[in-house]
Design a protein around this ligand. Sequence first.
Ligand SMILES: *Cc1c(COP(=O)(O)O)cnc(C)c1O
Length: 375
Amino acid sequence: MIKFNEPLYTEQGVTYIVDAIKVKKRTNGDGEYTNKCNKWIETNFCSQKVLLTTSCTHALEMAALLIEIKEGDEIIMPSYTFVSTANAFVLRGAVIVFVDIRTDTMNMDEKLIEEAITDKTKAIVPVHYAGVSCEMDKIMDIARKYQLYVIEDAAQGVMSKYKDRFLGTIGDIGCFSFHETKNYTMGEGGAVLIKNPDFVERAEIIREKGTNRNLFFRGMVDKYSWVDIGSSYLPSDLNAAYLYAQLEEATEINNSRLSAWNTHYALLKDLENRGNIKLPVIPEKCTHNAHMFYIKTENLEVRTKLIKHLKDNGISAVFHYIPLHSSVAGRKYGRFHGVDKHTTKESERILRLPMYHGITEVSLRRVAETIYGFY
Ligand SMILES: *Cc1c(COP(=O)(O)O)cnc(C)c1O
């Protein structure tokens, strides 16, 4: 059986976990490994302020709290995304305004954002699907023109770039995921990256249950107390220890994923030339991180048959998001602006192939041969 995903494993990660438990004897939040991870991301991605969180979902919730979303505010985002992108803002009372996607990258179509803006719009939330960047120059220009916040859902975009900048560091706030299914993992976890300096101090407070505990530890106040709303968004240092070992190897891990991605692409290129499938498109300005490898079939019917054919041959391949605007909660908490020209249609064509760190050349060849066999 060729699995769709295998979580990244490193021996060094286990060594660091044991170190946190047995030697440092400190496993709660904001210990040595959490700080190391924060600093690593700040230094390597040129981010002013990074805080590990318990998930990307929670990083997005922190973003909604930081930009002070209130009842009736509108947030613009693609419908083709994970539920957390929308939920984080709906929890604060926002209405989600979905816009259509581009067919090449499956990212929100930046040309449709401006007409979706109303006097209630508070933020734009670009989602970098498959670790391939949205058109950030255009999105930042629109945000500046209408004084909107930009919250990047960079859950899949760790190590990816737009031009020479890392994803997650371009908007006011960026959100990473370190879930088991992502390129770097701490089991469940994430990070919030703060660019807008107005949010730095409050981010620490919101993440620490609304207290100024961090200022207390730094000796800046003589006791800590409840100063704002907040929750517990800080992960255990055990999880951070596991992640830190992967960050130390981030370039090697990224290169190895890219090499598997390029092999998939080269092996399947002929099928695209023959007009059977579509391969992913990486725009010139984007450096991706091989988070995902997908192909597009002609339509839903062909995709369903191909999934079965792969399964019968011991290969697990899966589709992805059901567009949020067509879901029960999406209809209740959001609306689709304009016409759904591409979102539903393209979402029904996508088929994600096995893609993980350490996938063998033999497996990649078997996947390609099986797909050729189908056609
Ligand atoms: C994985 C993912 C999330 C959620 O990440 P968690 O860390 O599991 O909360 C949010 N948005 C996108 C686009 C994702 O791919």
